[in-house]
Structures are given as C-alpha cells and as structure tokens.
Design a protein around this ligand. Sequence first.
Ligand code: MCA
Ligand code: AMP
Length: 508
Amino acid sequence: MSNHLFDAIRSSITSTGSVFMETDAGRNWTYGDMLDWSGKIAGALDTLGIRPGDRVAVQVEKSAEALMLYLACVRCGAVYLPLNTAYTLAELDYFISDAEPRLVVAAPKMAEGIRSIAVKYEALVETLDEKGDGSLMDLAKDEAADFIDASRASGDLAAILYTSGTTGRSKGAMLTHDNLLSNALSLRECWHFTSKDRLIHALPIFHTHGLFVATNVTLVSGASMFLLPKFDSAQVLSLMPRATTMMGVPTFYVRLLQNEGLNHAAVAGMRLFISGSAPLLADTHRAFRERTGQAILERYGMTETNMNTSNPYEGPRIAGTVGLPLPGVSVRVADPETGAPLAGDETGMIEVKGPNVFKGYWRMPEKTKSEFREDGFFITGDLGKIDSQGYVHIVGRGKDLVISGGYNIYPKEVESEIDMLPGVVESAVIGIAHPDFGEGVTAIVVRRSDAKIDEKTILGALNERLARYKQPKQIIFVDDLPRNTMGKVQKNVLREQYSGLYSARANA
Ligand code: MCA
Ligand code: AMP
C-alpha cells in the first residue's frame, strides 16, 4: 500500500536517531519519535472510527503533538482541517457545519463550547492542550506505534483549509497529497534545503505557511527545526547561532529590525531568510540587508495554490518582486475581464497552473468553476506584471482583501457584523498602512443621526463574533461614505484620506 505524501516523508529520513524538532521547553523529538507518535495518534484516530476521507477539524495551540496529529491524519487518510486559534465559537459553527468533520480536536478551554456545536453535526470531540496533553493523547498512549498507513493516491485529499471568500462565507480549499508534496519538493530544490538545515519555526501551524511550507519542506529534507509557540524577536535572535534558516511574514522582519541585537554577527550562521504571505516593503528588505548583509528571499503563494513564485537562491533577490515561477508552475498575466493573456510589462490578473493548484472548493462546484479559466489556469485575484527578466511583481489586489501581519481579512465579513448593530447605517472596512502589521484593519462607519453607538460598543460587540485580528484597530465615524456615479463605495478615496492614520500615531 502506498501513501503518496507520507511515503515521501518517510523516505527522506536519513536516520531515525536524528533530531526532527527541538521545542522551546528543550525537548528533542527524533525522526523515530515522529514515526512512533504520528503512528500512535493515527491508531487512536482509527480506533475512534475515523476512515479515509473523513474530516478531522483541529483548533489547538501550537505544539509538537499538534504537528503529530497533522501527520497522523495524513497517515490514516483523514482530511486535516486546521482552524485559527483566534476563531470565536460563532465562526467555528460555520466551519463545522460546512465541513462536517467526523472529529473535532479542541483546546480544553474551547472544548465545552465546541461540544455544543459538534453535537448538532454528530461530530466527536477530543482535546489537546499546548503541553501536548488531553484526551486524544490519552488514547494515543495505548496504541501501537507501527500503524500501517492508509493507501492514498496523489489526487486524494490531504487537507481542507478555509480561506475567506470575496463574497459570502469562507470556502474550504481542497488540497491533495500531490499539491502538498510537489510543492515541498520544489521548494526543497529551489531553497537548497538539506538534512543539515535547522529552521526557526515561529509561525502558526493552522495556515499554509507554517503548516505546509515550513513543516513539509523540513520533513522532505530530513532537516530539523526549532518549534516555537509564537514569534518573539529576542528568542528568535537567541536561536540564530544554532539555526540555518527562518521563514516568516514581513512583520517578523520589521520586529527583528527593532531589536538592537540584529547585526552581521547575530546572523553569521544563518544561510537563508525567507518572507511571504504579505508584501515585504522594499525598505524592510533594504534595511535588513544593511544591518545583516543578508538579502531576504521573498516568495508568493496562496492557500489555494501553495507556493507559486520565489526569488532565486542564487541570482538577484529583487526587493519589491516575488521572483520567478517555481519549476512546473506556469504563471501568466491576463486581462481581468476577458482572460486574454497580456504581453510583456502590462499589468493584469495573475493566473496560475500547475501541480501546486488545489482541487477546488469543498462542496462549491460552481464557485470552483468560476475561479478557473477554461484552460485550467486559476484566477488568483492578485494584480501584477511580469518584467523582462521574468520576475513577477504584485502591484495590487483585484479582490477586496486586507492582509494584517500575514492574516487575511475580508472586509465584507467585518462590514456585515458592524452593519447589523443597532444605530449603524453602513460601514466600509479598509486596510491602511500600519508600521507593524503592514496593513491595519480600519472601519469607517456611518451611524444614524440620533444613535449613540460609539467605538467601544462596536468593538465590544465584534469581540463575541470575530477573531481578534479581524477586529478594526480603529473606527472612524463619518456622515457619508464617498460613492462613484454607480453608487459604489470608493474605498480608494477612503484609503487615500486616512493613509497616515497609523504612521502619524507611530511618529507621535
Ligand atoms: C495578533 N494581533 C493581530 C495580529 N496578530 N492583529 C492584527 N493582525 C495580526 N496579524 C492582535 C492580537 O490579538 C493582540 O490584540 C494585538 O494584535 C497585539 O498582539 P501581539 O502580541 O503583537 O501579536 P503577536 O502574537 O506577536 O502576533 C503578531 C504576528 C502573528 C507574529 C505577526 O500575527 C503571526 O504570527 N502572523 C503570521 C500569520 C501567518 O502565518 N500567515 C500565513 C497565512 P490585543 O492585544 O488587542 O488582544 S498563509 C498565506 O498567507 C499564504 C499561503 C502564504 O503566502 O504564506
Ligand atoms: P491566503 O488567502 O492566506 O492564502 O493569502 C494569499 C494572498 O496573500 C495572496 O493572494 C496575495 O494577495 C498575498 N500574498 C502572499 N504572499 C505575498 C507576497 N510575497 N507579496 C504580496 N502578497 C502576497
């Protein structure tokens, strides 16, 4: 029997005694431990009745055991469905109703609330805490380590990751075993990963970046990583002498630059810094190079496509560009309306095709169809151009999206919540340049003339409904929203008007 993704991971192990992960509590997990514990958890899932194709939804804090749960799902053929730990119960209800998982693994503090949702959809609930304890591990401890992996072909689903839609609710992006494996193998080659590498892993593990890019690339390289619960610039700097690479969102680099300890000597043992998930400002790239002598390598991806392009390992890493298409990935720029490919330096819609591109949106065949061109190219929603050297430049977004500290926020979702509140006439949610998060979520609100509703009331109401990172950093009240002749709110006018909101504050 073969399991497309896990067989490749297994065959990349150089020695079961070599270290796969070191946690910040100082515990070493060898590759042998990885095999044993992912096997034991796979056994527990099997005992719970999880069968190939069943969804396993997971909302737990980052831990080595949580990564073992991901691998256990791959091994037993389940479809792994990670959920941001910031999601509220109101948000979780939608994901559970839509994905219909057979099992939800929850952090103990959320378990009671999640149980009340799960019962409606006949899902089981087990727990896993940040120390790696809980009912799931209690079951796993008694299982044998030599689990026989379920047979999974390249096109079988490995994971569903929810990604917010431009309209309506989030959509589950269905990722196959080969979407994940082909991308990990490409990145291993492009970024020259080997078993000698030690990655600083400070990203969350419920999104593509920390879960697939960081973890799968480490695994298929037989490399090792420092698994940190979250990003802390002092801790990251202290690990650099023992590490070789780091992957991060631009906020990581902005925060590292604020630390006086960042200099040539601090990074002397590091061979590669990678950035993605949001635009890296050319200024940040330049400042990092000046302070350390190292050029950050920026790459571009999406939940639906994994990684698409990367600046070269050897060759110029050009600030403000996301580099060249990965091997096997076709990238083109097309007219957003007609889909006709554009020539040379013209700006248009970035479209992507290749083994990295997902299978479609979970139970949304119509939506899936509308996001692909007839010749199989996926329409990313990002606007860009390809220069004469073949480098891709992202110059804007065709989709109404805010990216804050690497997390995506769809304004429509926040606006709908604000517009429901008594006293609110309408709202427009925009991203404004923010010195730490790149963009700061900002709500421009029109209230009824007699309404008393203020910023505190709105934020208090949103706290129950929306993850913290989606909540506006500031709310501005206005009499009217600017509109064009078609009656559409001109968000570009608002973005321009309030462009200095956060920089003014930072300089105050
Ligand atoms: C935390 N807060 C945020 C964010 N993170 N607010 C806006 N945007 C955020 N990203 C809130 C906290 O709830 C807190 O609220 C306040 O901001 C300050 O928290 P702080 O301690 O500074 O935050 P942190 O815990 O240090 O987190 C910042 C972070 C983190 C390190 C940038 O957000 C992070 O790890 N981001 C990475 C996201 C990521 O992995 N994205 C990849 C998506 P309060 O104090 O009011 O309670 S995958 C993807 O995009 C594609 C596929 C790709 O290309 O990779
Ligand atoms: P997600 O929905 O979390 O998968 O986010 C994907 C989106 O993040 C892309 O469509 C881009 O808009 C953005 N993105 C990812 N990497 C970069 C990058 N290096 N530069 C600019 N935008 C990026």
